[in-house]
Design a protein around this ligand. Structure first.
Ligand SMILES: Nc1nc2c(ncn2[C@@H]2O[C@H](COP(=O)(O)OP(=O)(O)OP(=O)(O)O)[C@@H](O)[C@H]2O)c(=O)[nH]1
Ligand SMILES: [Mg+2]
Length: 334
């Protein structure tokens, strides 16, 4: 493949790695230079001051990749499935980006190391970018940083971006809901079906994958989920979540997962839902960025005299906290 050329350390490789020249980085990322892609994602992740410039440069490439989220409890087989999906997508000639995201941790941890190992198969493939993400310095957290990283991968010409998120909780639901198609992975006998309902995951699942189908209880888990889907209220023309079983560790069922993703993609396009989801994603992005800015401004007011003065008045009973909050917001110049 001619792209392999990009992997040869070219002159100026170090400068790309440390560069703050956004037009250069974006231009290099456009040609598929993995160092430029990595550099841009690092800047995004750190909430660098260059972020607005990066976002502006990447704006024209928005919506060019199919974004597929994979979520589910720790150890359910997300990375193994992702690895196999990458293989299937590569066979179809797609360029693929993978973001492994852990919303529960501000730093990349052990789980991410495991991801790296399990996705080693594609480490030398120039058509695949694999990246672990943490929220580090980003004001809006991962809910804001992840879509920016997706934009970088779109800019780099990825046809599909797979976003793996760990855990079950609100942060994970937030990140997962940034995808066009969301896969919820379950395993037999983990009480997962019940948990999924609790975490509000049922609403975000477009495809349920019962992985580890080589284990006892897979049939019961499939039945449980199908029962839950049947109970869910659905208007005419609404998507009915698919249930697929897989043994990712043996590469079994991966074609079925890919087929379910394709089917959902077709439905999204046919019903105008793809654009609606892209707009919902943009709305969440704008909101997260705006709230991050507000939070930072309020934080800086805390160091100054304004908040201190207001707080003293509320504490001594000469002002109430609602009026004080209004006054604070007025001072933010919003
Ligand atoms: N028996 C069986 N084991 C599997 C299957 N798929 C994955 N595993 C194993 O389950 C373990 C966890 O797999 P991962 O792919 O790392 O799971 P994960 O959901 O990415 O885990 P975290 O990122 O830590 O949340 C590994 O030891 C896999 O080899 C499967 O279909 N059957
Ligand atoms: Mg994993």
């Amino acid at each position: 493949m001619s792209e392999a050329v990009e992997h040869v350390p070219a002159a100026g490789a170090t400068s790309v790695r440390r560069s703050r020249d956004v037009p250069l980085l974006v231009e290099r990322a456009r040609t598929g230079d993995p160092r430029a892609v990595a550099r841009l994602i690092t800047l995004v992740e750190n909430g660098d001051a260059l972020l607005p410039e990066i976002a502006a440069a990447l704006a024209p490439y928005a919506g060019q990749a199919q974004v597929v989220g994979l979520t589910g409890s720790p150890g359910v087989g997300k990375s193994t499935t992702t690895n196999e999906l990458v293989r299937a997508l590569r066979e179809r000639g797609h360029r693929v980006g993978v973001l492994a995201v852990d919303p529960s941790s501000p730093f990349t941890g052990g789980a991410i190391l495991g991801d790296r190992v399990r996705m080693q198969d594609h480490a030398t493939d120039p058509g695949v970018y694999i990246r672990s993400m943490s929220s580090r310095g980003h004001l809006g957290g991962l809910a804001a940083a992840t879509p920016q990283a997706v934009r970088v991968l779109e800019g780099a010409g990825c046809d599909v971006v797979l976003v793996e998120t760990v855990g079950v909780g609100q942060a994970e639901v937030e990140v997962a809901s940034l995808a066009d198609t969301t896969l919820v992975l379950l395993a037999p006998g983990m009480g997962d079906a019940i948990q999924a309902v609790k975490a509000g995951i049922l609403e975000i699942a477009d495809v349920f994958v019962v992985n580890k189908a080589d284990r006892d209880g897979a049939d019961a888990t499939v039945r449980d989920i199908q029962g839950m889907i049947a109970l869910g209220e659905r208007g005419p023309g609404q998507w009915r979540p698919q249930v697929v079983r897989s043994v990712a560790a043996r590469g079994e069922g991966i074609d079925d997962i890919a087929a379910a993703i394709d089917k959902h993609r077709g439905w999204l396009v046919e019903h105008g839902e793809l654009r609606r989801r892209q707009e919902a994603r943009a709305a969440a992005e704008i909101e997260a960025i705006a709230l991050g800015v507000l939070r930072a401004r309020i934080g800086s007011l805390r160091d100054g005299t304004e908040l201190t003065t207001l707080a003293a008045k509320v504490a001594e009973g000469t002002n109430d906290p609602y009026t004080a909050a209004d006054e604070l917001l007025a001072q933010l110049g919003t």
